[in-house]
Design a protein around this ligand. Structure first.
Ligand code: 28G
Length: 362
């Protein structure tokens, strides 16, 4: 048992070294996009905990030493021993490569192609990473480091340098991850406040009711240090935000939500006096700028619904041809968010997914 454990663990840790050898394969680039991708990766995990119905709020902090923290108020990563691997769930999460990277050929690729590679990739590309877990019973901490190994004559990535230590009692629950991106991997390790703010605002719009607090401890102006994003109107608020300097043709924002099988969709629409159409679509919180079947389905359904309506109220007579989609979309601002349940959540019924809700305007 001990021997098998050591062997399998060695293999796992070699995986982290492979990430450092070809970072671009896992996070796209070692430029500023790749750097921020580390942060999005951890934020995505926190959002999953929210989407699954276990957490309500997220906090993102940028620290003066260049590190970043992400915190959720969910269940806390599993601190018990994984039956097959013989290590704690926490250690599995930070040392085992997960689906999403090209490492795993079975896994899907989103438009960005790189989301969901997992916390282990962030660990591998950080100088150090600390995870704090509150289970409702105890406060646990574990630390990982990447450093030059004299014996191996290379950098060993993301190695545990402590065990998962119980450092106190608590009634709180949640996970907090703090990491320092490695300056030997990234061209520039400075997180950009504007980029982070924009991304977090977008996520708050896409996930109605999710509270995201952003704190930039490097910011000198105390007014700009802290901001909370929380949109009870979700995509309707997003559309209002996009139309803030335009002239809407009516006050309300049409909002549609529905779910079937493993897909949940959310849609918000408001027309303006513009000529151009402005459609933003997403799958699992990732922008799909090139469109896709979700956007095509929306357009086809919207055209049909309005033609049907036009006939019903007599605006189109029997002899008239249907109008074209472009006619109905002139000046439209629409945001379409599609959520597809990942296979890993098969059998899971609790949470936001699966709650079908269709309701009219705000
Ligand atoms: C703060 C920064 C990012 C997370 C959890 C909670 C659980 C978890 C995370 O499980 C996946 C689950 C069991 C195999 C799950 C806790 C079940 C029971 C969790 C995060 C797969 C790992 N108790 N919170 N992962 N296991 N927050 N925030 O990463 O089946 S990750």
């Amino acid at each position: 048992m001990a021997k098998a454990y050591t062997a399998s663990m060695l293999k796992v840790l070699e995986g982290l070294d492979a990430v450092r050898m070809r970072p671009g394969m896992y996070i796209g680039s070692t430029g500023t996009r790749g750097l921020h991708h580390l942060l999005w990766e951890i934020v995505d995990n926190a959002i999953d905990e929210v989407a699954n119905g276990f957490a309500r709020s997220i906090r993102v902090e940028l620290h003066k030493d260049g590190s970043a923290s992400v915190e959720d108020d969910g269940r806390g990563m599993p601190v018990d021993i994984h039956p097959d691997l013989g290590i704690t769930g926490v250690e599995v999460i930070f040392t085992k490569l997960h689906a999403g990277g090209k490492f795993d050929h079975e896994s899907y690729n989103y438009s960005g192609g790189l989301h969901g590679v997992g916390a282990s990739v962030v660990n591998a590309l950080s100088k150090w990473l600390v995870v704090d877990i509150n289970t409702g019973g105890g406060h646990y901490r574990m630390r990982f480091e990447s450093k030059y190994d004299e014996k191996e004559k290379k950098i060993t990535s993301g190695r545990p340098v402590t065990s998962l230590e119980r450092i106190g009692a608590t009634r709180r629950h949640g996970t907090r991850v703090t990491f320092l991106p490695d300056d030997t991997v990234f061209e520039d390790t400075r997180f950009q406040a504007d980029t982070v703010r924009r991304h977090l605002r977008e996520l708050a719009y896409l996930n109605k009711g999710l509270e995201i607090t952003f704190v930039d401890e490097r910011e000198k102006d105390p007014e700009k240090q802290r901001v909370v994003f929380l949109y009870e109107g979700g995509l309707a608020d997003y559309v209002k935000y996009i139309n803030r300097d335009k002239t809407p043709l009516y006050d309300s924002v049409l909002m549609l939500e529905g779910a079937q099988d493993d897909v949940r969709i959310c849609l918000a629409i408001q027309h303006t006096d513009d000529y151009a159409e402005n459609i933003f679509s997403y799958v699992n919180n990732i922008p799909t700028a090139e469109g896709g079947t979700h956007e095509m389905g929306f357009k086809a359904g919207f055209t049909r619904a309005l033609n049907d309506y036009a006939r019903r109220i007599g605006a189109l007579k029997e002899k008239d041809n249907n109008l074209m989609g472009e006619d109905y979309r002139e000046g439209i601002t629409a945001v379409l968010a599609t959520f597809v349940r990942n296979p890993q959540f098969e059998g899971q019924t609790k949470g936001k997914l699966g709650n079908t809700e269709v309701r009219p305007a705000v």
